[in-house]
Ligand binder design. Structure first.
Ligand code: NAP
Length: 256
């Protein structure tokens, strides 16, 4: 199978780098307006015009911005189309490109370091063998979760798509607090980043769940419990729950 990526931007570039590690570089084609972006990626089969690339590929990965997609007119009727575009439905992609076989996905930012999480849904025409290929593509830059209903892509968007921002926000708050408590800006940054990244590495070891780790560091009557009890009393769980619901609603509103 020859895979053609349209758009070598932030996400497309990261996906290209992952794909050429996993598949034969001979099978990976990329198109971007910018020859500079193609050169920076060291692309072997690069194109600046999408119509030059399409005849060579079986699978098309749509990595352009949703607003750009509205302006492109492509006939992808004989391709397996995999979109990473936020908010463009399976039906809109099929209607706009003539493709019968469509996958809609939502990768997240850590895909850029090979640690992404991609939620995806396929329409009824995508075969089991094609789904295996889709999984291989997504696991080249992290983990993947297939969902059966398209509405779940909005849910995944609010959870793992936005998830890195929740983590960055907490990191930012810890850093700001360290500053107000008298640490230097370098020290504050080191404290916040090392603490959260270190904790994330512990989770990655998979020996305990997040809840188990939290309980392990929360001795009764101790310092951590003082902070966590305050969060619980102030209903941080309810606020966080509502925040995710707001993201789901926004994802549904923006869907085209
Ligand atoms: N960034 C994320 O964390 C993230 C996460 C999940 C999903 N996504 C989705 O990923 C998609 C890409 O996002 P991004 O941040 O990577 O965007 P980006 O950096 O703007 O990349 C898109 C690239 O596609 C090029 N392009 C646009 N139209 C083209 C065409 N007709 N032929 C060839 N190249 C074309 C653009 O070139 P020009 O700039 O010259 O137009 C640009 O280099 C979006 O749909 C977004 O919703 C992103």
């Amino acid at each position: 199978m020859k895979i053609g990526l349209i758009g070598a931007g932030n996400m497309g570039g990261a996906i290209y780098r992952a794909l050429v590690q996993k598949f034969s570089p001979e099978d990976i084609f990329v198109c971007d307006h910018s020859q500079e972006k193609l050169d920076a990626l060291g692309v072997t089969h690069g194109f600046t015009k999408v119509t030059d690339m399409l005849p060579q590929v079986d699978v098309v990965l749509l990595g352009v911005k949703p607003q750009t997609f509205a302006e492109i007119h492509l006939d992808l009727s004989d391709k397996l189309v995999i979109s990473i575009m936020a908010g463009i439905s399976l039906g809109s992609i099929a209607a706009k490109t003539g493709a019968a076989r469509v996958v809609r996905s939502m990768p997240n930012l850590p895909a850029q370091v090979g640690q992404g999480l991609t939620g995806w849904v396929a329409n009824e025409n995508v075969t089991g063998q094609e789904k295996d290929l889709v999984q291989e593509i997504f696991t080249s830059f992290g983990k993947e979760i297939e969902v059966n209903e398209e509405a779940m892509v909005d849910v995944i968007t609010a959870l793992s798509g936005c998830g890195p921002a929740y983590f960055f926000y907490l990191t930012e708050l810890l850093q700001e607090k360290a500053l107000t408590l008298g640490l230097s800006s370098d020290q504050a940054r080191i404290i916040a980043e090392t603490t959260f990244v270190g904790a994330a590495h512990l989770l990655e070891k998979n020996t305990k769940t997040a809840k188990e780790w939290r309980e392990a560091v929360s001795s009764k009557g101790g310092v951590t419990v003082a902070a966590l009890s305050h969060l619980q009393k102030q209903k941080f769980d309810v606020i966080f729950d509502q925040a995710i619901d707001a993201a789901i609603r926004r994802s549904q509103e923006l869907k085209q």
